[in-house]
Design a protein around this ligand. Structure first.
Ligand code: GAR
Length: 229
């Protein structure tokens, strides 16, 4: 196996996606090594998860910097010191600026709890519930300078049911996030992700001469079709 991909994880809250990344690494499914966890919030629970697994962590609070650019620059400096080659935003609830994005070109990933480009921004689960969609889901994408935007690596859909409200939908989406983020990272670790000339993410087959299997049934209809349709 090739050398584990050195990554950093940025978060602001509970860190369940961080936990899922750790678990996939520990199970040998994800060939990566977390060099640093950074939180903008000293109270983020994700910091405890890092400590439990002896992963170095730092709080870099925006309150200590005069501008977003300086705060970003302090984070980038720390990330570069640790040798991280990719950055995972895992519930990092701040927009990152141009200089940060360009410090790790096509090496910053984000997970967002909707089928982007639908429902970017805060509380995507509530936005989806309010819109009465039949499906929502989660997206892992490369990060560009816009909020919750950039080449899409993987998406997963879950059904949404009328009147159920935010919480059951959010739980379904989060469970899916915990599966698709490690998968996207493993593709990056295996050097199988490219961004093509149209700015779209492309997954390369795992062997140079094989083709990607895209023939699995992947159709979801909600509410379900009745017999005969
Ligand atoms: C996740 O649902 C993630 O998709 C979302 O924050 C939550 C973090 O949960 N991110 C965004 O909304 C980014 N725009 P976690 O701290 O338990 O991983």
């Amino acid at each position: 196996m090739s050398r584990p991909l050195p990554i950093a994880v940025l978060l602001s809250g509970g860190g369940s996606n961080l936990q899922s990344i750790i678990d996939h690494i520990e199970k040998g499914l994800l060939n990566a090594c977390i060099k640093l966890v950074v939180s903008n919030d000293p109270l983020a629970k994700g910091l405890e998860r890092a400590r439990k697994h002896a992963i170095p962590s730092r709080v870099i609070s925006p309150l200590e910097y005069a501008s977003r650019e300086r705060h970003d620059a302090a984070i980038v400096e720390q990330l570069q010191k640790t040798g991280a080659e990719a950055v995972c935003l895992a519930g990092y609830m701040r927009l990152i600026g141009k200089a940060f994005v360009h410090s790790f070109p096509n090496r910053i990933l984000n997970i967002h709890p909707s089928l982007l480009p639908a429902f970017p921004g805060l509380d995507a689960q509530q936005q989806a519930a309010d819109a009465g969609v039949s499906f929502s889901g989660a997206t892992v994408h490369f990060v560009d300078e816009e909020l919750d935007h950039g080449p899409i690596i993987i998406q997963g859909a879950v059904p949404a049911y009328p009147g159920e409200g935010r919480e059951p939908l959010a739980r379904r989406i989060l469970a899916l996030e915990h599966r698709i983020y490690p998968q996207a990272l493993q593709w990056l670790a295996a050097d199988r992700m490219r961004v093509d000339e149209h700015g779209l993410a492309r997954l390369l087959p795992d062997e140079p001469r094989s083709a990607l299997r895209l023939d699995q049934p992947a159709c979801l209809v909600n509410p379900p079709l009745e017999t005969g349709f």
